[in-house]
Design a protein around this ligand. Sequence first.
Ligand code: ZN
Length: 89
Amino acid sequence: MQFSEFYTLLLLMLLLFLITSLIRTIIERRKAKKEQYKTRTLIKCSKCGYTEERDFQVGDYVLKPEKECPKCKTIIRIHRIYDVKVPKK
Ligand SMILES: [Zn+2]
């Protein structure tokens, strides 16, 4: 009798542990959803210092030749790629 009670208690504790860990996972996922990040690409002209920022596109990498500088007509390259926090809507 006592033996089975012990097992019931053990099973209950295990169930409680599973439920709490499940709840924790759900909360963490919700938090992760709240804090969304967006990748931005910064293009900078090494000659005149002209900068342009746009959304990250697939295939972007640092030092990738982007386009002609609208000011001095040199080829401008990707200077930096970084994440910015997107405010919750
Ligand atoms: Zn320039």
